[in-house]
Ligand binder design. Sequence first.
Ligand SMILES: Nc1ncnc2c1ncn2[C@@H]1O[C@H](COP(=O)(O)OP(=O)(O)OP(=O)(O)O)[C@@H](O)[C@H]1O
Length: 631
Amino acid sequence: MASSSTATSTAVTDVNAVAEADGPTKSRSIGPLAALLPFLRPYRGRIALAVLFLVLAALATLAFPVALKALIDNGLVATDPGERMLALREHFGALFAVGVALGLFSAARFYFVTWLGERVTADLRSAVYAHVLTQSPAFFETTRSGEVLSRLTADTTLVQTVVGSSLSMGLRNTVMGLGALAMLIFTNPVVMAQVLGVLTLVVLPALIVGRRVRGLSRASQDRLADASAIASEVLVAMPVVQSHTAEAREARRFSDAAERAFTTAIRRTQVRSALVAFIISATFGALLWGLYQGTQAVMRGEISAGHLGQTVVFVVLLTSSVAVLAEVWGDLLRAAGATERLMELLAARSPVAEPAQPRALPPRAADAGRGASVSLRDVLFHYPSRPQTAALDHVSLEVKPGETVALVGPSGAGKSTVFQMLLRFYDAQRGEVLFDGVPVQTVALAELRSRIGLVPQDSVIFSTSALENIRYGRPEASDEEVFAAARAAQADGFLRALPEGYATYLGERGVRLSGGQRQRLAIARAILKDAPLLLLDEATSALDSESERAVQAALAEAMRGRTTLVIAHRLATVIHADRIVVLEAGRIVDIGSHAELLQRCALYQRLAAAQFDSAAAVSSSEADATSAELS
Ligand SMILES: Nc1ncnc2c1ncn2[C@@H]1O[C@H](COP(=O)(O)OP(=O)(O)OP(=O)(O)O)[C@@H](O)[C@H]1O
């Protein structure tokens, strides 16, 4: 346990270190298991019951050899056959009673211990998952989601084995072993001293080898996590994989990772197997030695046959306890590796910190019908992984309530980064980001984000019904409100036409909807959320003109009465924007209306010519207007 402090101090406190913690283990003890204590603490009552039944079961086991001795020494001595029969029945009755007690106590112990294992694992899983969900995007840049999933399943399962079985096996065998030891010392000190000598020779190497098992355990869990990470990455990108006919390549990449996990697991198993062989043969040796000594003593008339029988059972109990304990030690070390890793995830601190004393945003009612104001003041920001390149380079922008501002610029200009700043996914290194005049760092994250509706470029559809999908941003909304939002987003028609209408299950990632339908569903979600600021990242993929019109109408509805920042890829959008901000390499190059920028901004002219003209879905009248303006 001495190393638990080491484990805590090495527990990763920043997100980057989580990803780097793939290396070998830092401490080689069961110390990290101490981190499970807070998870066990709420269930003190259950633990007490488990321990009670565990001790009772161990005592019943220890009572067995005593009853056996009584049977051999007393049950068989009566000379009268009738009396002997009666005595025998009594002794067998006593043995049976011990057996029944053992059965009942063991069942109760099993129930409580397994309950604890399941409970603690479920709590741990939920705690780690909930914690991971609070991490900023920086965490997910460095930690693969498949790896987190593997931690949540494979590592917690190891912990479950320990809490739900190994710990109780360990405790039971400790109690039984100590009991057998005490009884042996009490009844047969000479044999005892010898057995103990042999056992020491067994335990020491087992402990030493066990350390290596733990290192290998963590390594094999890590390799397993690698395989899971590959699978989860590929499974969500199946169309890309299949269109590149990369199935065989991806299958090989996974099987290579699985193979590495296998090799590491086998190395661990080899070490463990050698340990098992050693432990079993050595403890067997100890047992036989005890038996040999005892037989001699009986022959010399020093002890009774019953005494020998009792001694043998005690020695069996003692040696098997030691053997089990060595096994359990291996399990504990394995689980320590898994716990260490889970605790690293739990210790990861998001660099986007909640303010200690959050300031309230101005009441929402005041914004109703006009939207929020947002400001970026001299914002300098680089992504944590790219400290040399400023993604936003001294950007200042004031957006008034109700205004629609389009962001345009070449790829990598920093348009999405502006959104990330407003949502406070990252904090700027310099400058200020204000929402309704309040610096975003001083507002509770939940409050800030509740005021922002986001329609991302790739509409995310969850694997649930259409109704629940729209309700995602405001779970308490009534069905009627959902229908109204869907109508406003031009989604009501196609949703009602689905086999089960709004109750239709949309499949994983909405694969049953077309691109335009997915967008409208995402817009309905934003409309229902009814936030004063709308961040809209227009989809770049072209839609057919009918679908495009529907999406544009939906967007117009979503923008009504709100402040809107839109990353624009469509001509219709820039034409209708109040102002257009032209970004390049993290700087604002120019701000103006479409007509003004066409007049004076060379970059905008290039963008307009290349980007908007080629947008297939631009309605013909608008395209004509632009051509006229451009020419
Ligand atoms: N998570 C990230 N980590 C590191 N660098 C990033 C990250 N996201 C974006 N960048 C970099 O920051 C710069 C601005 O990116 P941003 O995504 O804001 O551009 P954009 O204008 O939205 O581009 P696009 O139109 O292609 O989406 C780019 O150089 C990009 O490579």
